[in-house]
Design a protein around this ligand. Structure first.
Ligand code: ZN
Length: 294
């Protein structure tokens, strides 16, 4: 009996997996590709939730308290929550997954109504702030850098299994290259700078990598106002847009309005799918089809 007990402690120790936490589901896919059966990965933002506004639940905090390493990805909810996570688990290491990535920028518009002392609305000021585009994982080029960061971090935490991680890292690089080649094949026939319209601008790096232009419907994470909507519809008409991509993480009534008034399709494509490779190929296929239709 005593012997069995010691044996079970030993096996738990020898076969213990590294507990990893990440922000979004595609990151979980990346860490599992390299960590294989040596890691146990939890994504904090659950399917259907937006990583821009997510508020972790008590169950997420319990996961954090069991985590050895957290891979942030510079997505909005982390600005508020990483400090809280660090407080929850003082032993947890942080390893930034986007280290070495060249960030694109996004324009962030804010409107401010000035009021005078009688509370009359006066001039409106329009402020444009530039912020880094956080949707980095949607680019095979960027994911190669992420893969390298994951490989280094896991090898540092668990040097005994370095050769295992290295083999998986190499295999994942092959998969990324295959994905990239398939996307290029699919987009081969469409012209450079072909445009696609998305509700939420999550595909900026994809557009950069494949010489496409992303047009967005959403303004600051919100449905556009009627006036803005008219402008967007006019733009879509002028650009001869054939499809609008929306995602389940957001309410997309305005995308439907545009689509209805132009008699074009609304396609659901999330940038947060678990099967990262298949998802990007699906998006490339949809863009190619909507641009070739006439
Ligand atoms: Zn987003």
């Amino acid at each position: 009996m005593k012997y069995l007990f010691i044996l079970s402690i030993l096996t738990t120790f020898v076969f213990a997996k590294i507990n990893v936490a990440v922000s979004i589901i595609p990151q979980k896919t990346f860490v599992e590709k390299i960590g294989g059966n040596k890691v146990n990965v939890v994504a904090i933002v659950k399917p259907g939730d937006s990583p821009h506004t997510y508020e972790p639940k008590p169950s997420d905090m319990i996961q954090i308290s069991k985590t050895e390493v957290y891979f942030p990805i510079k997505i909005d909810f982390e600005n508020v929550w990483l400090d809280k996570f660090a407080n929850q688990n003082k032993n947890m290491k942080f390893s930034e997954m986007t280290d070495g990535i060249n960030f694109l920028t996004m324009k962030k518009h804010t409107h401010h109504n000035h009021k005078d002392e009688h509370n009359h609305v006066g001039e409106k000021s329009h402020i444009i702030k530039i912020k880094p585009d956080p949707h980095t994982w949607i680019s095979p080029l960027n994911v190669k850098i992420m893969a390298k960061n994951i490989y280094y971090t896991l090898s540092k935490i668990d040097p005994t299994n370095q050769s295992y991680y290295k083999k998986n890292y190499k295999n994942f690089l092959d998969e990324i290259n295959t994905t990239d080649n398939k996307i290029r094949e699919l987009l081969f026939e469409i012209e450079n700078n072909s445009k696609f319209m998305v509700f939420h601008p999550a595909w900026g790096y994809f557009a950069r990598d494949y010489a496409l232009v992303q047009l967005k419907v959403e303004a600051e994470g919100k449905e556009p106002k009627p006036k803005e909507l008219i402008k967007i519809i006019e733009k879509a008409k002028k650009e001869n847009i054939k499809a609008i991509f929306t995602q389940k993480e957001f309410s997309t009534k305005s995308a439907q309005t545009i689509a209805d008034s132009l008699n074009i399709k609304v396609l659901k494509e999330t940038p947060l799918a678990q099967n990262w490779s298949e998802n990007l190929i699906k998006m490339a296929n949809a863009i190619a089809n909507s641009n070739l239709e006439n």
